[in-house]
Design a protein around this ligand. Sequence first.
Ligand SMILES: Cc1cc2nc3c(=O)[nH]c(=O)nc-3n(C[C@H](O)[C@H](O)[C@H](O)COP(=O)(O)OP(=O)(O)OC[C@H]3O[C@@H](n4cnc5c(N)ncnc54)[C@H](O)[C@@H]3O)c2cc1C
Length: 505
Amino acid sequence: MLKLALVGLGASGLFCLEELAGADVEVHVFDVGPRYDKRYACPIDQGKLTVCPPKACSYCAPGQSAGSWNDFKVILSASPVIGGRLYELVGEQELQKRLDKLRKLILHHAPVEIPVVKPDQDDLDWIKKRATLAGMTYHFQELLHCGSDNAPAINTSILTEIIEKGPNIVFHWDTKVLSVSRKGEQFSVVYDHYKKPGHEAEDSFDFAIMSVGRGGANWLTQQEFYKALETSPGQVDIGVRVETSCYFTEEVDKRFYEPKLYYITKRSGDVVRNFCSNPKGFVTPENHRDYVLVNGHSKMYEKSENNNFAVLVSKTFTRPFKHPQQYSQHIAKVTNMLAGGGPLVQKLGDLRSGRRTKSLTNNLIKPTLEAEPGDISLAYPHRILEGILEYLDALDKICPGVAGESTLLFAPEVKSYPDSIVVSKNMETNIPNLFVIGDSSSWTRGVGQAATSGMLAAEGVRRKLKEAGKQDKWTLPVVAQPAPLVPTMASDNDGLVTDVPLIRR
Ligand SMILES: Cc1cc2nc3c(=O)[nH]c(=O)nc-3n(C[C@H](O)[C@H](O)[C@H](O)COP(=O)(O)OP(=O)(O)OC[C@H]3O[C@@H](n4cnc5c(N)ncnc54)[C@H](O)[C@@H]3O)c2cc1C
């Protein structure tokens, strides 16, 4: 019987597994993180900590699968520019078909009714006129915002269903895959316990699906097979997290929740875009061990009086420069250095007048994240800051007040994407039976398309199995299934203990 290794169970891995449950292949799932029902909510959100622990906790770093646990906003529209590039790979119809399936699955497993945000014709006329007058381009999207508070229940419920219909699946939780290499026509996978190493094991597989996310992208480049893959340079996005009053953005929030507005800078022609809006949400740190970024999220129940969103300037480099990820990480580290090790915050008015922000006392906008007041211009390239300022001035024409003196800019907010791996429509690389899905392939940038890429890979594997005439049903002799997922208190994870009850259906 054929065997498949699925390395990483984040957004792409989970929906790949959903398609493979019950298939005629023995699937071994490896994830650094603990079982889903043992994952916990961010301790800062829960008021248990005020700053990130010195060591990256698994909420943002490997083990927590980021966006499908944090905010959990899902773009449901097949767009050529938003959420990834699968539109380019499979076309609008094929992408939309899978996004529709994803919508159904998430809504089915949601513990409460989650509204789909879909602008109507009046909204579209409203934004088109204003965006054009502001020199911006609006991109349509339908959106599902599950919220950080509903994420554990949804993910755990989906996984429970997969376990029920998938006797062919073996789980290796808390397990880090150390290496994947070619061994004849097979793949050798070496793995060990993540927190208590010293139990290294090796196994061979006929298929390997790599779904290690952005966090595992660098690890991917160090694997034996990587040099044999066809790739092209990845992109970086460098920007800030803007926090302003929810009253300035009220109208667009009500109509769109998150309107995707793109802007081309006057001098350098760079593309600047907004990303990850969180009306009435919270700014949050994103701890990567070597550096701390900022991010944002919002909840279904607890609300702030602010809105936060990222403004990002996109850059793709050409020869001879080959290290876009290190470039953006350097900017992040210099920003952290200026702030004494964490994120930095500056009032927009201070940035414009070239002075450091010294205090936020009496500022109109009260920050939802405690960060060191400082001067972002000491860390960021002029061209990037120019793009951010031009963007905010344009946005101010749609949301008056946004570019005011007291609007807060948190830094560093950078996104670096791995090199783009050349794949087939089923995410198979030029190495037969090796698939790379989700953000580590660089084809996706969000939960929606990451999940879609997982479905595409699973369909590819099923097709191969069918072609190979392996359709006879088989039963695994003894499969070590995890204990049933039952209501529990979230517990120990990377040394952090919380007593946050997980939400259950
Ligand atoms: C803080 C934050 C918030 C976000 N919010 C949103 C949002 O609201 N909406 C949205 O669309 N996108 C959001 N994103 C982006 C989104 O998380 C990603 O696009 C998406 O998760 C990509 O899915 P993936 O499967 O490629 O990777 P991931 O979901 O990151 O999953 C990768 C998995 O691989 C595992 N792994 C990595 N290396 C190894 C290894 N060597 N061995 C074993 N396991 C390994 C990790 O533990 C992880 O579980 C957010 C990102 C962050 C960081």
